[in-house]
Design a protein around this ligand. Structure first.
Ligand code: AMP
Ligand code: MG
Length: 416
């Protein structure tokens, strides 16, 4: 079964309302293994709604239309649907009676507007709505099915539960759609995509989705069908995905966080961490301590914004700052080594950079960040980065890169 969703409402085209109904509907479809092939949003315009319905119904087996069934003049989904299908609207006496009862209970008489809600596309089944005056409708069209559903999310949910769920259970017995996610930090989307190319050939392009967000790429694997074959396929895809992406994968699933993964590695190895931060202003320590139980491995950190404090609190030799500038490889190294020694941890992280918007130069533009990871008894590691984006983005990415750098170091077999 291939499905489409059409959300109707001019407010959904504005800048402050999201079409959240389609997310709820998509979740229902997924749980029945129904493939959603198209989603559309259209304003309260009869001709446009009709055109959308006419177009979509040609592409899908199941079309879910939400919104525009209310009593006001802008609610024209009924009329648009009738127009798209070339069928008349017929007043349904049962619905008129229900509307009159509802109003009578409130001591009122329905207006002509309210009676419009009793108009049903010829041949449609009325879907009773106990929680509003607008009923839904189910229309069959040449073996395809169209559901007209109310836009109010609560009412939509009730009708979905009562009418759509049974329809899906009867017509889409294919087993649920299931997703599994691999997460990668601080790698470009294009690189992840390239590494996955052989999997696209093997499992199909539509089975794998690459989703990028700041500092992270999610790779979603999708499978449907009966539980057993679906799980087997997902396991195979995950194994192949992990092999293709290697150490870049920091976690599987949506719950894990990079700071949590790093914390687990530190705890498993019985090692401790201290941080010295300049441009991230404590964000790194904040992320590390977001994890419950981080006191097992995080000793503490210093925020050293002023150059003088880099020396006083983290032991950076003033000559280094004078010779190379505060944002430099030697200073990052000295921050990491200094804070590690002073706080007595096995690992130390130093972060120094230019978050912007001011303070950049030709040589050191905004986004220049130096990271260092000091390890007891081992050479200190350093990375120079040019991070994109505004101040907030640069700071977030700097903390992300620092955590990822430490994670990679902790993965090494010697596990210092
Ligand atoms: P309607 O049935 O078009 O009169 O919609 C009633 C109300 O439901 C609207 O004012 C919105 O607040 C809400 N609504 C309609 N469509 C959606 C949607 N796709 N997502 C979220 N809320 C919606
Ligand atoms: Mg509306």
């Amino acid at each position: 079964v291939r499905a489409g969703i059409l959300a109707v409402g001019s407010e959904l085209l504005g800048s402050d309302r999201l079409d959240t109904n389609s997310l709820r509907l998509a979740r229902r479809l997924e749980s029945h293994g129904v493939e959603l092939v198209r989603k559309s949003v259209v304003g309260d315009d009869e001709a446009r709604i009709a055109a959308e319905i006419a177009g979509l119904i040609g592409e899908v087996d199941l079309l879910l239309v939400g919104g525009g069934l209310g009593p006001t003049a802008d609610d024209v989904t009924r009329e648009a649907c009738a127009r798209a299908l070339g069928r008349p609207l017929i007043e349904e006496p049962r619905v008129v009676a229900a509307i009159e009862r509802r109003f009578a209970a409130l001591g009122r008489v329905p207006t002509a507007n309210n009676r419009r809600q009793a108009l049903v596309v010829e041949g449609a089944e009325v879907l009773d709505n106990d929680h509003g005056t607008a009923p839904g409708q189910r229309v069959e069209v040449d073996g395809r099915v169209l559901f007209l559903l109310p836009g109010v999310p609560f009412e939509l949910d009730r009708l979905v539960e009562r009418y759509l769920e049974p329809w899906l259970a009867a017509h889409a017995p294919g087993g649920a759609l299931e997703r599994r996610t691999l997460r990668v930090a601080m790698r470009p989307e294009s690189e992840v995509d390239e590494r996955l190319a052989p999997l696209y050939d093997e499992f199909g392009r539509e089975a794998i989705t690459v989703l990028a967000s700041p500092g992270e790429v999610r790779v979603r694997f999708l499978a449907h069908g009966a539980e057993r074959s679906r799980r087997e396929r997902l396991e195979t895809m995950l194994r192949r995905g992990r092999a293709a992406l290697g150490e870049a994968v920091f976690a599987e699933g949506e719950e894990a966080t990079l700071e949590g993964v790093v914390g687990d590695l530190l705890a498993a190895r019985g090692r401790t961490l201290a941080t010295a931060e300049s441009c991230t202003g404590g964000l790194l320590a904040e992320r590390v301590t977001r994890v419950p139980g981080s006191s097992r491995y995080f000793l503490g950190g210093v925020v050293v914004y002023a150059d003088e404090l880099k020396s006083v609190l983290a032991g950076v030799p003033p000559e280094l700052v004078a010779a190379h500038g505060a944002v430099s490889e030697p200073v990052a190294r000295a921050l990491a080594e200094g804070v590690r020694e002073r706080l007595g941890s096995e690992f130390g992280i130093g972060v120094t950079g230019i978050a912007g918007p001011g303070g950049g130069s030709a040589e050191k533009p905004v986004g220049t960040v130096h990271l260092a990871v000091a390890v007891a008894g081992e050479p200190t590691l350093h990375r120079a980065l040019r991070l994109p984006g505004d101040r907030e983005r640069v700071r977030l990415l700097a903390s992300q890169a620092a955590l990822e750098m430490l994670r990679r170091r902790l993965l090494r077999a010697d596990g210092t």
